[in-house]
Design a binder for this molecule. Structure first.
Ligand SMILES: NC(=O)c1ccc[n+]([C@@H]2O[C@H](COP(=O)([O-])OP(=O)(O)OC[C@H]3O[C@@H](n4cnc5c(N)ncnc54)[C@H](OP(=O)(O)O)[C@@H]3O)[C@@H](O)[C@H]2O)c1
Length: 325
């Protein structure tokens, strides 16, 4: 059950900043946490969901320069982002480019950090490689499409409606397939898209039967990134294919990483993705915006699976101001 109540603001420890959260966004993790299926990791507030934020530094802990007060920052959190204040390690936040409003900034961290870390860092994506993104109309999926293009590779995708495929094309998707419940048209589609080469990387945001279907369309030495399991936690795979094609399968999660890893993930995002956001080469995709008071409706919207991009939560009254106001 979701209720809004007053609790004491956290205090920044050494090396931390206190952030006044201006806007946040919603994630599957929040839905699962509400259902009691995904508890917050140790150190995160147990009963305040929210794993990404955009806000203003209002206080610093010892060892953090006071000049950081007033800085606009965004980042990911173990929890506690659907609240007015949170604490974060000063190195685990990135500075928001001036061109992004608070609402736009809040739509960035989970989607772009996850896609960047999976594709650019872990899969070591190279120019001209072909990438298949399942659930391409999701927040992570649409960030992935743009980051694949930004590195000079070619994105393909699946979704369960043609409308999401068509809309994703406007963000750079080369081609896509509306799959419904039947994944058998995927192999001939990938053959046609890639002239029988197969895809070099799959970003699997769906899981379940998509895992086996992905393996079947991977090129030699392909990389399969397992990121989400909305379509199921179990998969049947052909080990002969995996072995003979020398496939690399990598599972990944951001939330449970130790602080040092989160810091290096955010630092890589800040140096490689934030400049692209600053020039508009990649853009946050916003499905809808809800006030924190309407958090129940926001959860319902994400649960509907009708979203295209991010569901943003307006936490503070100045959230709709642009960065220049
Ligand atoms: N490992 C990590 O660190 C990490 C971080 C962020 C997100 N994730 C995961 O990555 C995935 C994408 O996250 P997101 O926040 O971008 O998602 P999102 O915006 O909530 O979109 C998820 C989409 O998945 C599709 N979907 C839902 N149920 C499905 C099913 N049974 N079969 C096939 N497709 C289904 C729906 O689109 P269609 O209508 O097009 O099917 C839905 O809109 C989620 O699974 C999420 O849990 C993982």
């Amino acid at each position: 059950m979701l209720v809004i109540r007053d609790v004491p603001a956290p205090e920044p420890s050494s090396g931390e900043v206190l952030v006044r959260v201006v806007a946040s966004a919603l994630n599957r993790a929040d839905l699962l946490q509400r259902l009691g299926k995904y508890p917050a990791p140790p150190g995160a507030p147990a009963n305040i969901p929210g794993i990404e934020f955009a806000g203003e530094v209002v206080e610093v802990g010892s060892g953090v320069p006071p000049s950081r007060i007033g800085q606009r920052v965004f980042g990911i959190a173990g929890g506690g982002a659907h609240s007015e204040f949170l604490v974060a390690h000063e190195r685990a936040v990135a500075v928001i480019p001036e061109c992004l409003s608070w609402i736009e900034a809040a739509a960035v961290p989970e989607a772009f950090v996850t896609a960047h870390d999976a594709l650019w860092v872990q899969a070591a994506l190279r120019p001209c490689e072909r990438v298949l993104i399942h659930a391409v109309g999701s927040g992570v999926g649409l960030a992935a499409v743009q980051l694949v293009r930004a590195i000079g590779a070619v994105p393909f995708g699946t979704a369960r409606t043609q409308e999401k495929i068509d809309r994703a094309r406007e963000l750079g998707l080369e081609d896509g397939l509306a799959v419904g419940g039947d994944l058998s048209p995927l192999a001939p589609a990938v053959e046609a898209w890639t002239a029988h080469h197969g895809v070099d990387v799959v970003l699997d945001l769906a899981g379940g039967p998509y895992v086996g279907a992905s393996l079947a369309v991977l090129a030699l030495r392909g990389r399969l990134l397992l990121v989400g399991s909305v379509a199921g936690r179990r998969a049947e795979i052909d080990l002969g294919l995996a072995i003979s094609r020398r496939v690399r399968m990598t599972g990944t999660v951001l939330r449970a990483r130790p602080l040092e890893e989160k810091i290096s993930t955010i630092r890589a995002f800040e140096s490689e993705v934030v400049p692209l956001l600053a020039t508009g080469a990649v853009v946050p995709v916003i499905d809808s915006v809800y006030d924190l008071d309407s958090i129940v409706e926001a959860h319902e919207r994400l649960e509907s699976n009708a979203t295209f991009g991010k569901v943003v939560i307006r936490v503070a009254s100045d959230a709709s101001n642009t960065s220049l106001e």
